[in-house]
Every structure is written in C-alpha cells, then in structure tokens.
Design a protein around this ligand. Sequence first.
Ligand SMILES: [Zn+2]
Length: 561
Amino acid sequence: MLLLLLFFLSASSVFGQPIDTGFYYRLMNPACGLILSVTADGTGLEMVQPSSLANQEWRFQRLSSGPYNYALSSTYLGTAFRLDILPNERIPVMSPVGLNLSEQWTVMISPDGGNVLKNVYLVPGAPQLHLDVDPARNWTPCLSWADSSPSRTWRMLKSRRIDDPAPIPQLKVPPQSVTWYNEGATNYSIFLRPTGQINAILLFVKFDKDPQPPPGEAEQIAKTLLDGNTVSQFYSDQSHTEIQLYTNTHLPQQGQPWKSINNRFYRPVWNESIPHQEYVRAVVASFADEVDFSQYQIVLIAASKASITNTAALIFPPNSQPPESVSHFATFGNDAFDAQPFKHAAHEIGHSFGLPDLYTPPPARAQDWPVGGWDIMSDVFTAQAQFLAWTRYKLGWIANDRYEFYSPTPPEPLTVRGTLNPLTGEYGTVMVVVELVNRTRLLVLQVAPPLPGATGDAANGGLLVYIVDSMALNTKLDTDFRINVITSRPGYSPIWGNRYRAPVAVGETLNFHDSGYNINVFVGVKICASYYYRTGVVWVGALDGITDRAGDGEQITFHSP
Ligand SMILES: [Zn+2]
C-alpha cells in the first residue's frame, strides 16, 4: 500500500485528467490572466481579455486513442475545426479535422493543480510539445517542450452546459390522397429506404410500329442515362456512402433484335397512370425469361429514340401486385436522351426514394424554377448536379449532430451565429434550420455547393438561403413552392440554371420578409471552405395571433410574454 502511494506521488506530474465533456470551457493562462481565443479569421490563436465571445469557448471531445486524449474545438468554428499544431514552427493553429495525431491533446494535472495540454504528436527525438504562451511576444500562444516552463499551466473554467441538439420536428404534410410526395417524413410503405444496397437494371425496348434501332443505339442511350458508373457514384458521394446503388445495363444481345412491345401500350406522353402501368407490365413480361427480377428494386426502361416523348417515374402503390414484385420504375423518353448525362436517371431514382419534384410544371419555364440548378430534383438540364442539404436530410443522410434547429418565440427576436461547413465534409454543422411556421415552413441555410465549371458570380460561393414548405404542392407558376431559394440577385443562365447567383457572399447581408418575420442573413468570413454567418429572425407580424398555413383548422397563437 505504501509502495503504491509512493509511486503515485512520484508520478503525480504526469497524471491524466478526465474532462467533463458536457460543458464548454474557457482556457485561462495564470501567467498572464488572459484567455485562449480563436482569431477572427479562424486560422490562428491569440490571448485576450475574457468576454462572452464564441471565440473563447472550447469544447473537449473524448478520443479513443488514450484515456485522457481529447480533441479541442471552439464554439466559433464548431467541430469541423480542431486545435492543431505546426510542429516545426512550434505554433498552435486551428485546422479542419484531418484525423492527425497533432489534433489530439492529452490533458494532465500539473503539480500546482492546473492543467497541462500535451500534444500527442511526437517530434522525433524530442519530448512532447505542450500548449504554452510566449511572454516575450505579448503572451502569444505557442508550443514548448520545457517541462519547467512556468506559463505552460492552464486553468479550465467551466462556461456552460452543452445542450443536446434539438431535432427537427416531424412536419405536417398534405393528405396522401393529394400527393404521395412532400417535404415531410417519407412514407416507406411506398418508397424505397435510401440506405444499404439498392440494385437497378436498365432494359431496352422498341414498339412494334418502330424499326429496329441502329447498332450501337442501346450503348449510346446507356451512356447518356447512366454514364458508366456515374449515377452510382453520385448517390454514393451525396450520401457519404450511406447508399450503394448498383446499376446493371441489360444490353440487347449482339446481333439480336430489341424486345418489341405491342403498339397498344404506346403513348407518346405518360399522363395516364393505367396505360403507363400496362406498358411497364408488358416490358417486364417480355424479359421474364432472361432477367431475374427478384434481384432488383428499381427497373429503368429506355424506349428506342423513335418513340416516347417524355420520361416519367412509376411507382406501384402497396397491395397493387406489381410485376414480378418490382414496385419502382422509371421509363425514359426522348427528353432524357437530350439531358445532361446521368442526371435524368439520378432524378427519376430520387422519386423512388420519395423525393418530390422541385420545378414548377408548364407553363412555368426553367427561368421560373424556384430552385434552379441547386438540386437535381429541380433542373437536370444545367451544369449543377447535387442534392440540397434539406433533400439529404429528408433522405436520412444528415445526422442530428450535423444540423442545428431553432424555433423562435415571438416577440423575442432570434439571433443565430456559427460556422457552416460544406456538405462534402465529414465534420461540423452543414445545415441551420429555423422554424417560421409551426411544423410546416422553415428557413434553411447551407454552404452553396460549387457550380462545376462555373466562372463569374456563381463560383464565388457563399451561403444558400431557402424556404422549405411541407404543405406546398408546387402546382402554380410563381407561388406555393416546396422549396424556394431566396436571392436579391435574380437571374437565369442556360449553363447554371435559375437563381445561380443566389449565394450570399462574404460581407453581404440578405434581407427579406417571410411568414411575419423580417429575416437577415449576414456572412462574415470564409474559413477554408466554411463560412461564419449570423442570421436574425425578427417577428414583425401581429402579436394577437396568426393562423398557420397547414389548413387543418389548428390555430397557432403567439402571445406576448
Ligand atoms: Zn421528376
């Protein structure tokens, strides 16, 4: 017992310290009495007087690499950035998460009761670096390896409790008799769950009235629709490999004629569901002897270029006895062969996962579409090819700790600030959602994805701001949008689509009014590929009560406190 105690006493300066990770902390250095803070540009560190700024608030995340190993992130930049080091320059920096050893810190108790933060990265042949300040350079944060450095001790001051992320509530949706498709929770008794392995097969047919297509036409159509592996890769990328979509192309045998379908199933445009179903049943029946349909959840049917005009998804409702038990189809017409490679197929497959169209039907033109090229469910003809953050959330691809949800309580103004990160990254917040009307209408902020090949305004990037309305039907020319991208710079480009200049750039403020609120979105600084923003939502409507837009008779009333 005595021996054991002696051992612990002699080893006390290297004791690890468990941290209560349920709190934010300020890191005060007793040598100067100042607080460790992230610089406004987000890259460096400085010592400052204590204040309530988010730059000074630190969060410790436990790492599995050691019992007292932590990653440190700031409220200002969020968890996509960590306290890191440049070992050769011996300076601490903020870096995007790269899963490097240098992002890991071991928290130790120093003999005087403070804490020492040792970096896990080892400089060959040298002791571990620890976080320090340099008295000769105005207490600039630095790294030292002198164990005797008097300024290497820090006081960890508990700031406030870290709240659990608030989930987005289930949204109200129109009755299923009106539409299967909406921006609320997906009905998975109808649609495919966009996770795990999904198999699709592409079949080729002609109608009896049409000539045999020329050699190579099937290969050419397959190239336009699927572009090799591109549709699979698109879904893999957008979902962070949550879904593995396999697309199998069933080309007509070399020298063999295409399968020919009876002319009585022919319609140039599929605007009646029953003939569309009959066509699909006839196609499946004609392939039943050579395709094992039990392997597939989605069947894609391309008709020869001579015949069908338009492309459409077809989903058999539950209990409708679909052909060979496959419920999800997309039938391609001449418009798909004119679209950009792979986008039309990606769009139609999106319907199988319950995604609604985001364009408005004719007489609206592409110049009128409220989402333009920002989502593949809106525009498959321009250069952009992504899903919005909201769409990815609806698909279940954005975890609860990757978005922030706020619900204002009028008349109190709501101000939200923080750093938004690109959807391509694996860390930090990618979407901010503010509830404007109870469970139906939302303000959404995200980083604007790059417009491929763009030059000019669209490539400047920034934040994309849009309204999601779960009760909207997208049936009218210029109102009632399911999703509406907000911009003070309207405009259409045949290359990038409508509202391509919408992103709010650094230094800009977007002001608009929606649902009784004056809303402003300010973008302060770009940090790597992320943006620091501030948004204010100020109630200016009547305070004696508003009726929500759900149309189900429920009155939502805001009262003054
Ligand atoms: Zn569609």
